[in-house]
Design a protein around this ligand. Structure first.
Ligand code: G
Ligand code: MN
Length: 288
């Protein structure tokens, strides 16, 4: 029934072998999630973010991974829908925010430079808790300034309750936290809300970056990225290009005026211990 509804409604869906497999896989993940946090199977991987004006790594995005004992390392794409329905503690913004601040504090102290950690928050976290109180308390506990945190939200998260999301995000921005709009251009992308939303950066989705270097789509993607950069600049918002995998993509987004980049070319998501050297090096030569 749900499958038929998802397909637009007013139609018939016959339940087959594949549906049974999909459902039993979901049921298994849901059951395994119950013990995953107690067993400390959740981990944060960090992917470096490079400032194109200074050539320095200024921070990293924290990405959730589930180290499943039988299925191996799972990314949110494999389990996020199940996780959002469950009460697994690690998935909550609370755990993410505290860990991000502790990690940022550690990097800042070791390297004596400002270093930001970005976290991806769900609609539930933004709407159902006192985000500003949580952020203030977690920053203090980690002995670090709230500005060490960047909160990434998708357009869909914002649009699910625009008023609640913009209120919560305005409050944390007053503390010094920055806000990034993730996967920009793939969700609702209403230009009207962009002017009203309290954001500091937009993250240009990796699909646009990939299209920049594909023959059939490069002209269209070029125009899209150029327009996103121009619009952001006019609104005082910075741009981060995601999913940079090649030198050609790096050169193009730099030429188009993006402020920062993230992607496999700069660095893959890695465990905290393996990202430490990034904080010390300058990327003046990448794409030069
Ligand atoms: O939704 P968001 O853009 O935050 O998704 C980040 C995901 O994209 C992560 O799971 C990460 O592993 C993946 N990712 C990061 N850099 C690259 C890249 O250069 N290319 C591709 N294809 N995926 C990437
Ligand atoms: Mn993100």
């Amino acid at each position: 029934m749900y499958q038929a509804k998802r397909a637009g409604g007013s139609q018939v869906w016959s339940f087959g072998k594949e549906d049974a497999l999909r459902l039993s896989h979901r049921r298994r993940l849901r059951a395994d999630l119950e013990s995953a946090s107690a067993a400390r199977q959740f981990e944060l991987y960090y992917q470096p973010q490079l400032d194109l004006h200074t050539g320095r790594i200024f921070g990293a995005e924290a990405l959730l991974r589930w180290n499943h004992p039988q299925l191996g390392l799972l990314t949110p794409a494999d389990f996020l829908d199940v996780l959002l329905e469950s009460s697994a503690y690690e998935a909550t913004g609370d755990w993410l925010i505290r860990l991000a601040f502790r990690q940022a504090a550690k990097w800042q102290t070791e390297n004596s430079i400002p270093f930001k950690v970005a976290v991806n928050l769900s609609a539930t976290t933004i709407q159902n808790c006192d985000l500003a109180a949580l952020v203030a308390e977690a920053a203090e506990a980690a002995c670090v300034c709230p500005s060490a945190l960047d909160i990434e939200v998708t357009e869909n998260v914002v649009m699910s309750d625009f008023a609640a999301a913009s209120r919560a995000l305005s409050e944390v921005r007053r503390l010094g936290v920055t806000v990034s709009l993730d996967d920009f251009g793939t969700g609702y992308s209403s230009l009207a809300y962009l002017t009203r939303l309290p954001v500091d950066r937009i993250k240009i989705d990796k699909s646009f970056v990939q299209e920049l270097t594909a023959k059939e789509t490069c002209h269209r993607a070029h125009a899209m990225v150029e327009a996103m950069v121009a619009l952001s600049r006019a609104l005082g918002i910075r741009t981060v290009a995601e999913g940079i995998e090649t030198e050609a993509q790096f050169a193009l987004v730099k030429e188009l005026g993006c402020d920062a980049v993230q992607g496999y070319l700069i660095g893959k998501p890695v465990l905290a211990a393996r990202i430490e050297p990034y904080a010390k090096i300058s990327f003046g030569t990448v794409g030069a």
